[in-house]
Design a binder for this molecule. Structure first.
Ligand code: FES
Length: 109
């Protein structure tokens, strides 16, 4: 069992659970836009991006590829929640914007 801290709530899940599935099951907003326009977990749309603190499983090739395509940036440290297997306790943050890329610091500029 692992815990996921997300927006002040602590969720629990089995080892190896898909992060997006855990968050959606708990009714948490993984997508800032309508979920219907997402790829539903295939790792191609990029709208389920979140910031993850903790020892998450390695990125998949598909995840690295999608995160290298704008508006994402390989260096921004975000993960695609649909591609993250939970293998440790995590703290997860969803940033603003359609792609989940708008950090609070960005708004202050
Ligand atoms: S739901 Fe589309 S990339 Fe994750």
């Amino acid at each position: 069992m692992h815990t996921i801290d997300f927006e002040g709530e602590t969720l629990t899940c089995e080892d190896g659970a898909v992060l997006r599935d855990v968050l959606l099951r708990a009714d948490h907003p993984v997508h800032n836009g309508p979920r219907l326009v997402s790829c539903h977990g295939l790792g191609s749309c990029g709208t389920c991006a979140v910031a993850v603190s903790g020892d998450a499983a390695e990125s998949t090739r598909r995840e690295r590829l999608r995160l290298s395509i704008p508006p994402h940036n390989s260096d921004d440290g975000l993960r695609l929640s649909c591609q993250v297997r939970v293998t440790d306790d995590l703290t997860v943050t969803k940033h603003d914007g359609f792609w989940g890329t708008d950090r609070p610091d960005d708004r202050e500029r």
